[in-house]
Design a protein around this ligand. Structure first.
Ligand SMILES: *Cc1c(COP(=O)(O)O)cnc(C)c1O
Length: 381
């Protein structure tokens, strides 16, 4: 939240609502006793200097977890943890905790993050001895769609891992797949953006820095009974076992206390703005505006096939540029957009082109303004 008039399309760490920035900033100066920055008595201390075992932090921590259930609809049968290490640590922890010799860890490869998860499963398998199966992939078409699942999964499947939204290539599952195998979902970049059945996952996780708060805190939830029934974890360091964290109420070691507060503030903001259903309406309107423009343009070409298009990350190329000039024109587009106050539109280096990340906190006004800018850019050539 810097100077006004900059629309921040960053893919992550990403935009947060102004109220969340204000409350978080005020808690850094002095925490309020009810963990809200606006009301409640000041406690005379900053959030950043109090113990994670204090009652003031406990109110933040338990409040955040309660909101994960209430706002995101995660069932009470699930454990909720706020861990560190990012979504990427989960790529390794998942096979360490849930795969074993004789079992097959199944993955759908829908882009760079899925590929990283698959890579970690293969590394872990060097000692755990499980198989890693890529059961569906859209790699051969540059990850432009969500591939169909095979009619059946391998007999020894221990889980099916999917990435609900592909931040880099801009594709998204319409809803979480319904299969007999436990589904594990990396929901880092579309959690809380619309109802899509994430709460049905046996295990889910999300790095907070896209839709839930700052970097350095990762939301993890899972069905307690399923995790309790998993193979023994010989050789797995204590800190990499979910049980260690759950047994200590999520406070095995010092959590990211600031991250927990911002995640809580963000979920309060979602709740107060119509909940996940309210987010869905806003997000659909934003995405529709951009895709309508892309589909009707002769300069801009969307990367994702319809039916698989992300409402969170809209990716396009300047594919209608005269031959040989696309790169130069893309550079000029990003440069002029930046100068006009549209920040963060450069596409990821592995996908190229441009990307507008329009997470929950991103305002419709910013999309409308970008659409006008894009039409003007195309018109004047
Ligand atoms: C950003 C992102 C990640 C990586 O998150 P880190 O917290 O940086 O490890 C993983 N998966 C998805 C879908 C992402 O968008």
């Amino acid at each position: 939240m810097a100077a006004s008039q900059i629309f921040n399309f960053s893919a992550g760490p990403a935009i947060l609502p102004p109220e969340v920035f204000e409350r978080a900033a005020s808690s850094v100066l002095e925490l309020r006793s009810n963990a809200h920055a606006r009301d409640g008595e000041g406690i005379g201390l900053s959030l950043l200097e109090i113990s994670h075992r204090s009652k003031d932090f406990d109110a933040i921590h338990t409040g955040a977890i309660a909101l994960v259930h209430e706002v995101l609809g995660i069932p009470d049968s699930c454990e909720v943890l706020l861990l560190q290490g990012g979504a990427s640590l989960q790529f390794g922890m998942i096979p360490l905790n849930f795969a074993a010799a004789g079992r097959t860890a199944c993955y759908v490869d829908t882009g760079s993050w899925s590929a990283n998860a698959i890579k970690e499963s293969k590394v872990v398998a060097e000692t755990r001895g499980h198989e890693t199966a890529v059961v569906a992939s859209s790699k051969s078409s540059s990850y432009d769609h969500i591939p169909a699942l095979p009619a059946s999964l391998p007999e020894q499947a221990c889980y099916l891992h999917v990435t609900s939204n592909n931040t880099i290539f801009g594709t998204e599952w319409e809803s979480l797949p319904e299969v007999d195998t436990p589904v594990i979902v990396d929901a880092s970049s579309n959690i809380g953006s619309r109802p899509m059945g994430l709460e049905r996952a046996t295990f889910g996780y999300a790095g907070a820095q896209k839709n839930l708060g700052p970097s350095g805190v990762t939301l993890v939830w899972y069905q307690r009974e399923w995790v309790a029934a998993q193979p023994p974890q010989a050789g797995v360091p204590m800190i990499l076992r979910y049980k260690t964290h759950a047994d200590k109420g999520g406070l095995y070691n010092t959590p990211n206390t600031f991250g927990a507060l911002v995640l809580k503030l963000m979920l309060e903001w979602v709740r107060d703005n119509g909940g996940v259903a309210g987010m869905a309406t806003r997000n659909q309107a934003k995405a529709d505006a951009l895709y309508t423009l892309l589909d009707s343009s002769s300069l801009y070409t969307p990367l994702a096939k319809s039916g698989s298009r992300s409402r969170m990350n809209v990716v396009w190329r300047l594919g209608g540029a005269p031959s040989g000039q696309e790169d130069a024109l893309t550079k000029r587009f990003v440069k002029e957009a930046t100068a006009a106050g549209f920040s963060g539109l450069q596409g990821h280096r592995s996908a190229g082109g441009c990307r507008a990340s329009i997470y929950n906190a991103f305002p419709l006004a910013g999309v409308t303004a970008l659409c006008e800018f894009m039409q003007e850019f195309e018109r004047k050539g």
